[in-house]
Design a binder for this molecule. Structure first.
Ligand code: PMP
Length: 404
């Protein structure tokens, strides 16, 4: 058996290079995981609490979950993302399966579309340019072709709304449009509610199929409904759509692989039978791929989501994480402005979520790595969670040096 050598995953390669670096001042801004002010992984206090409760439960066992996962988890996940009073839930137009985190949810959705959405020649998936690189791999692995729509403007370091809108308008009717619900990865640039409404209009006019990827609900603004607004708006507008939901970031359950895939059908007299048929096919796909999902992370999330006082504590923990990141954005911008670093830096505080697209060029990124032992992806993306009160001065000065 022969296969060509595949390139190393750029992000995991970056992590390895960081680990090899022995400089005491090294800074890791590549990681897509939250770190506390001491650059350490943070177990959410509410997760610790739920973990203790579950571990001490004398009835805990390690049986298989059902194919679609833990029912209490999937139903709480529906309410979380769609809102408890969602018309789609009242009308039973949603079917959901627990997945192997957000990646597994994106994959299950893509696989389902590859099998049942339109003939092959008539369906292209559109991703934002840039997007989470795994979108390309996941969709092409299941045989879906893809293109990109403009998203990030290098000039403003904000949204290229006209480019986005026009590209969706010019796409073949019935294309799949992959949308980041909030805290766009890698740019940190989100749409305003008005912009979402306009994009919804053009998606409706062109009969496109929206596919939402939500990996940062509550983590972006600290407010779960605000971060879920776009999805709720599309559902209220009666779209048929799917949602890939991850609990990696907002629960800090990265390695536990807790996630959910939701398929929402449009309102119609046979919506419930459509949902039933979709659910039956999704179950077959799930069974052949993972048989049934991993239990532990979903148990933790489910306990928190279904217990009011734990849920309130979770919201507090979300505010701790998002609040620290927002503070780091403010501090970085003000330090760069204070140093008189060439360029404008308002985009650092305009952007939201885990990542910021700094606008640093590949050459500057490499210079930062060589001269200052600062690690970030070549596209100039930094993980804001890698900054803290101990390294932010060092980082701002390193950037200042690299851009002069
Ligand atoms: N989609 C996007 C846009 C992401 O940023 C991520 C996390 N990096 C994911 C999906 C899925 O991550 P996970 O599989 O760890 O839940």
């Amino acid at each position: 058996m022969w296969s060509p050598q595949a390139p190393e995953d750029p992000l995991f390669g970056l992590m390895a290079a960081f680990r090899r670096d022995e400089d005491p001042n090294k800074v890791d801004l590549g990681i897509g995981a939250y770190r506390d002010d001491n650059a350490k992984p943070w177990v959410l206090p509410v997760v610790k609490k739920a973990d203790d409760i579950i571990r001490n439960d004398p009835n805990l066992n390690h049986e298989y979950l059902p194919i679609a996962g833990l029912a209490d988890f999937t139903s709480a996940s529906q309410k979380l993302i769609l809102g408890g009073d969602s018309p789609a839930l009242k009308e039973k137009r949603v079917t959901s399966l627990q997945t192997v985190s957000g990646t597994g949810a994106v994959h299950l959705g893509a696989l389902f579309l590859a099998k049942f959405y339109k003939p092959k020649s008539q369906r292209t998936a559109y991703f934002s340019d840039p997007t989470w690189p795994n979108h390309f791999q996941i969709f092409s692995n299941v045989g879906l072709s893809h293109k990109t729509y403009p998203y990030f403007s290098r000039q403003t370091k904000g949204l290229d709304f006209d480019g986005f809108y026009n590209s969706i308008q010019n796409a073949d009717e019935g294309s799949i449009v992959v949308l980041h619900a909030c805290a766009h990865n890698p740019t940190g640039v989100d749409l305003t509610q008005d912009q979402w409404k306009k994009i919804a209009e053009v998606i409706r006019a062109k009969k496109h199929f929206p596919f939402f990827d939500t990996a940062y609900q509550g983590f972006a603004s600290g407010d779960l409904s605000r971060d879920g607004w776009a999805i709720r708006y599309f559902v209220e507008q009666g779209f048929e759509l799917c949602i890939a939901q991850s609990y990696a970031k907002n629960f800090g359950l990265y390695g536990e692989r807790a996630g959910c895939f939701h398929f929402v059908t449009a309102p119609s007299s046979d919506a419930q039978s459509t949902v039933g048929r979709v659910a039956s096919q999704l179950a077959i796909l799930q069974r052949s791929e993972i048989s049934n999902p991993p239990a532990y992370g979903a148990r933790i999330a489910s306990l928190v989501l279904n217990t009011p006082d734990l849920f309130a504590q979770w919201e507090e923990d979300l505010r701790t994480m998002s609040g620290r990141i927002i503070e780091m954005r403010k501090a970085l911008r003000s330090k760069l402005e204070g140093l008189g670093t060439p360029g404008t830096w308002n985009h650092i505080t305009d952007q939201i979520g885990m990542f910021s697209f700094t606008g640093l060029t590949e050459q500057q990124v490499l210079k930062l790595r060589e001269d200052s032992h600062v690690y970030m992806t070549k596209n100039g993306r930094i993980s804001m969670a890698g900054l803290n009160t101990h390294n932010i001065d060092y980082f701002a000065k390193a950037v200042d040096k690299a851009v002069r």
